[in-house]
Design a binder for this molecule. Structure first.
Ligand code: HEC
Length: 179
C-alpha cells in the first residue's frame, strides 16, 4: 500500500511526459519553417537559399519516424492536444507521418541544390502536369507519381495539406500556421 502511494506521488510530481513538450516544440519549429518557405515563395520574405535549405531540413527531420516516435500511447489525450484516437487509428496516423516525411525529404533534397535566387521551375504551376486537363484534378496525381518532379512551392503546399489532414483528425485544435 505504502509503496503504491509513493509511486503515484512520484508520478504526480514528475508531471506530464517530457516528450509532450518535445513534440509541441517540434511542431512549432515546423510551423515556423513552413512559414519561412511560404514567405519566400510569396515574396513576403527575401529569398535566401541557405534559409530555405535549413527550413526544409527542419521539416524533414521532424516528420516520418521522428514524428511517429513522439506520440507514444501513454502520452496521448489531455492535457496535450493529441487525441486518444491516435491509438485507435495508429496505421492511419503513421501513414500520414510517413507521407509528409516522404514529401519533406523530397523538398529537402531540392533545397540542398537550391540556386542563389528563385527560378521559375521552383514555382507552383511549372510542373510537368501543367499540360492539359484540369489543374486541380491532375496535379496531385502527378505529385503522387513522382514527387521529385513537383516544383518546390507545390511540394510545400502538399506538405501543408498533410499537416491539416492530421490535425483535423488527430489534434484537439486545428489551426496549422496560425499559432
Ligand atoms: C501525423 C500527424 C501530424 C502531422 C503530419 C502534423 N501534425 Fe502538428 N500536431 C499534431 C498533433 C497530434 C498535435 C498536438 C500535439 C500535442 O499537443 O501534444 C499537433 C500540434 C501542432 C502545433 C501546436 C503545438 C503546440 O505548441 O502545442 C502546431 C503549431 C503544429 N502541430 C504544426 C504542424 C505543422 C506546421 C505541420 C506540417 C509541417 C504539422 N503540424 C504536421 C499532429 C500532426
Amino acid at each position: 500500500m505504502l509503496s503504491l502511494a509513493c509511486a503515484s506521488a512520484v508520478m504526480a510530481a514528475a508531471g506530464p511526459d517530457p516528450i509532450v513538450a518535445t513534440r509541441q516544440s517540434s511542431m512549432k519549429e515546423m510551423a515556423a519553417a513552413a512559414k519561412t518557405i511560404a514567405g519566400m515563395f510569396d515574396d513576403k520574405l527575401a529569398y535566401d537559399a541557405a534559409a530555405f535549405k535549413a527550413a526544409a531540413e527542419t521539416i524533414r527531420a521532424r516528420t516520418g519516424p521522428t514524428l511517429i516516435a513522439e506520440f507514444p500511447s501513454a502520452t496521448l489525450g489531455a492535457p496535450s492536444g493529441a487525441k486518444l484516437q491516435i491509438d485507435q487509428a495508429r496505421s492511419e496516423f503513421e501513414a500520414l507521418a510517413r507521407h509528409i516525411g516522404m514529401l519533406a525529404t523530397t523538398l529537402a533534397a531540392k533545397a540542398e541544390r537550391a540556386p542563389a535566387s528563385i527560378t521559375d521551375d521552383m514555382r507552383m504551376g511549372s510542373g510537368p502536369a501543367m499540360g492539359g486537363g484540369s489543374l486541380l484534378g491532375k496535379r496531385p496525381a502527378a505529385a503522387e507519381a513522382d514527387p521529385a518532379k513537383v516544383p518546390a512551392e507545390h511540394l510545400l503546399h502538399l506538405i501543408l495539406q498533410d499537416c491539416s489532414s492530421c490535425h483535423s483528425k488527430f489534434r484537439q485544435k486545428s489551426p496549422v500556421i496560425a499559432d
